[in-house]
Design a protein around this ligand. Structure first.
Ligand code: NAD
Ligand code: ZN
Length: 244
């Protein structure tokens, strides 16, 4: 049971922040029915699938068809999902920097402009050229394309996400790191804190003096870095911060 007074106090702090960063992970979308990779839902994806076969350049090289089918299954799941109460509450934060490890587009579907969300791990709603020639295109999530070639250069087309062993998009990372280094408050939502370098952003904000609030139903290593932790689901906790 989360103490109401604590939620009100933390809400006041978050609302009065002048340089707020919201840093989210898969847990933000868990209550929209999108499974996480590592816990907090009935069937976290990495408990059933091998990340190296499905989310790495090596996996794509050895069985591209399997990789595309797996992503298309996740895209169809996303097509049927809707933003939850936490996404809607975050949509009211016009001046915060929204940094996410999520590849879904649920935040944008609340009306948050796409330029306002820094997707560190890319977007499952897009395909891009595997050879990085610069081609990228939004796909229909309900009826995504199968295996195909990049129309610009003929290399393989692939989901626009960052796989294990790949670099994060440089400019997006720079923007996120800059916001964290200047933040006065950071709201961390639904991340296991084990995927680097994304999780180092929490350390960066903390050492810059930001007040760090961590929301997760389960204990994580990020609790040790946070000034306050609330153990609960994002869809219940986040709207309470902005209730009054
Ligand atoms: P993760 O799967 O490693 O961890 C999810 C975390 O969310 C866990 O700590 C879990 O306890 C917590 N959680 C579960 N339900 C929650 C809820 N209702 N409210 C708040 N927290 C909840 O996710 P991560 O830390 O984001 O790991 C990063 C990788 O997972 C990224 O590469 C990201 O792209 C990928 N991912 C994204 C999505 C998505 O876009 N929705 C889904 C699955 C995985
Ligand atoms: Zn290309």
């Amino acid at each position: 049971m989360v103490d109401d007074r604590l939620l009100i106090d933390l809400g006041d702090r978050i609302k009065s922040s002048e340089r707020l960063v919201v840093f989210s992970g898969a847990g933000l979308s868990a209550q929209s029915g999108i499974p996480t990779f590592r816990g907090g839902c009935d069937h976290p994806l990495w408990s059933e699938y091998d990340p190296m076969k499905l989310a790495s350049p090596e996996g794509f090289a050895s069985d591209p068809d399997l990789v595309i089918k797996w992503y298309n299954w996740r895209r169809q799941q996303l097509a049927e999902a809707a933003p939850n109460a936490a996404h809607h509450a975050l949509a009211s934060l016009m001046n915060a920097t929204l940094v996410t490890q999520n590849v879904d587009d649920l935040q944008e579907r609340t009306g948050t402009h796409e330029d306002h969300v820094l997707h560190l791990h890319g977007s499952i709603a897009h395909d891009r050229c595997h050879d990085q020639c610069g081609w990228s295109e939004r796909v229909d999530l309900a009826e995504p394309p199968g295996m195909r070639q990049c129309p610009a250069c003929g290399a393989a087309a692939r989901p626009g996400v960052v796989w294990f062993g790949e670099s994060l998009p440089h400019e997006t990372w720079e923007q996120a790191a800059h916001a964290c280094a200047h933040a006065d408050c950071m709201l961390v939502i639904g991340t296991s804190g084990v995927v680097q370098p994304a999780a180092s952003l929490v350390e960066l904000a903390g050492s810059a003096g930001a007040f760090v609030v961590n929301i997760n139903p389960e204990p994580t290593p990020l609790d040790d870095l946070a000034d306050a932790s609330v153990h609960g689901g994002a869809a219940e906790v986040i709207p309470q911060f902005f209730a009054s």
